[in-house]
Design a protein around this ligand. Structure first.
Ligand code: ISE
Length: 339
């Protein structure tokens, strides 16, 4: 077995840069051998800062780089399919950020491309590697709350991420609704994974409360599961006070609560009141999960083992997001599979 995996990262904005840093500095079995970004200045400066020997401006050029043995795709959502196809053409394993693609047709094309090339594809649902989510999954699977029948998820960002502003501008009125496809998609993946069940119907609404330019800074989706369970997923992209991600799973004999608002376990009590700092950003809240996720992917890729989160998982969560988008626009429940 190879000792170390030469990895190239496509798209080195916020999350891509974090992945590149983790590969270069914190994952001993990985070598960051190249980065790519459509902005050559960004590609060059990230490569220089992290000691990557080469930089490129396209996924194709990076995939063709002989030192790149596997790819991480963290470009814009619209670039995910192209990145996966570039990796498949060069017969290289690939890790792709969520969403796998922006349409179900593109997700199918991506899944076929990796199947035909016989390469592995993992999707970046990092919450599965978070200690709290992983512990909840273990305890649910051990039967500690009986049969899990309800998921209630809160997903609030302090402010609209710049990536969402760009995505909104790019997608237009008929394009994907980012609250569902970019944010809630994590909760949809959690829902399938934690309940061990598939969603069969989605009913969603959205509203514009603080960001007049966006139809969906507040969004709710109700999920119905095949075995009869229900889910409720809230996204509020401009809540102001912090990064507030919490999930409850209620079962027939108990409930598991995941997450909280505290950044660190430090509370100050004075005559003015009791205060603690709230977590500010997902890169802080899920810092360890992002590292564990890529560390696991590198180890599995080197060992030739199947990925932990598959292309099919990425497609299933996307399908729920597509159904939520359609439901919120049309004002009716949408059944899965989506036609
Ligand atoms: C972002 O892209 C993420 O993946 C974060 O986990 C999520 O909380 C945020 O809403 C997204 O914009």
């Amino acid at each position: 077995m190879r000792e170390r995996l030469g990895v190239g990262v496509v798209g080195v904005g916020a999350i891509g840069r974090r992945h590149a840093e983790n590969l270069a500095l914190r994952i001993p079995r990985a070598r960051l051998v190249a980065v790519a970004d459509i902005d050559p200045g960004v590609a060059r400066s990230v490569a220089e800062q992290l000691g990557a020997p080469r930089w490129h401006t396209t996924a194709d050029d990076l995939a063709a780089d002989p030192d790149v043995e596997a790819l991480v795709i963290a470009s814009s959502h619209q670039g995910h399919l192209e990145g996966i196809q570039a990796a498949a053409r060069q017969r290289k394993d690939v890790f792709c950020e969520k969403p796998i693609a922006t349409t179900l047709a593109d997700a199918d094309t991506a899944i076929s491309a990796v199947a035909e090339a016989a390469v592995r594809l993992q999707i970046g649902f990092m919450r599965r590697y978070d200690r709290a989510y992983a512990e909840a999954k273990r305890r649910i699977d051990a039967g500690e709350i009986g049969d899990p029948v309800l998921i209630k998820a809160t997903h609030r960002n302090a402010a609209l991420p710049p990536s969402l502003r760009r995505a909104d501008a790019a997608s237009g009125a008929a394009g994907p609704v980012e609250a569902f496809i970019d944010s809630a998609i994590h909760d949809y993946d959690n829902a399938r994974w934690l309940l061990g069940d598939e969603v069969v119907e989605v009913q969603a609404v959205m509203a514009s409360v603080l960001e007049p330019s966006r139809p969906d800074d507040l969004a709710l989706a109700t999920l119905r599961f095949a075995r009869g369970g229900l889910g409720n997923v809230e996204v509020y992209s401009t809540c102001g006070y912090g990064y507030d991600v919490r999930t409850e799973i209620a079962g027939t004999t108990g409930t598991v609560f995941i997450g909280g608002l505290r950044d660190a376990d430090c509370t100050i009590a004075t005559a003015d009141g009791v205060h603690y700092a709230a977590t500010g950003h997902w890169l802080t809240r899920f810092a360890e999960a992002y590292l564990r996720e890529l560390d696991d992917w590198v180890a599995r890729t080197l060992a030739g083992e199947p990925p932990t989160v598959t292309g099919a998982d990425g497609r299933a969560a996307l399908e729920i997001a597509v159904a939520a988008t359609r439901s919120a626009r049309e004002g009716t429940p949408v059944r899965l599979p989506v036609a």
